[in-house]
Design a protein around this ligand. Sequence first.
Ligand code: ADP
Length: 245
Amino acid sequence: MLFAAWFGFKNIKREVDLAQTKSDFVSNVSHELRTPLALISMFTETLAMGRVKSEEKRDEYYEIIQHEIDRLSRIVNKILSFSKIEAGKWKYNFALTQINSLINKIFDTYKFHLQNKGFDFAIEDCSERITAYIDPEAVSEAVINLIDNAVKYSEENKKVIVRYGIESGRVFIEVEDFGIGISSADQKKIFEKFFRVTSGNVHERKGTGLGLTLVNHIIEAHHGEIKLTSDLGKGSKFKLLFPRI
Ligand code: ADP
């Protein structure tokens, strides 16, 4: 009897937790979408009214609008990728890929964005040419998600380092930040879908709780592994490892 009651309670608790997570997710996503929409609406309105006289200011406003549109697309793409994964419809396209140029491409794309945000963004270049049989789009998406998080969860010490190379016969790509860090209890949960750390001031940062779920899925599809080292208040290191072939 006691066991049945305990079992029933566990089931109900799981349902309640899931309902709470779902409602948190909806509110997080709405929050994420609201800010860029509000900015786009404000700046287009100002431009449409012809109130902005200087060419320089107009260019600056167009740039903000473009930046916010990119942000919206990223959020929507993340949700679409997640729902494809959930439905088992995500298709991987594996190909022999140069890791050096893949990382350099990501660095070139994100360098200005990060520097604009006051970050010291560096790659520790690898002298060896590394090729691996991976899905380049998917692995790039995983690394970009890690860089996004490194930026989002940093405070005063704005520094992000990307390293890559070979470790015990496997390819590794690592993203390190010196931000808020993750407690060991939370380290076990952050790869679960919708999960977000709620203690401290983390909830002030926007997010869907899907980024690391995507990273995890991508690495599993590559028969790889994610190693996380993190200290609260000091920073985090996410290392992706996968076989070369
Ligand atoms: P999101 O960032 O959209 O909330 P993620 O799945 O990418 O979702 O991450 C889940 C949670 O893990 C985050 O809400 C955050 O609490 C924690 N987290 C992820 N990356 C980092 C990081 N680099 N430093 C500190 N906390 C992190």
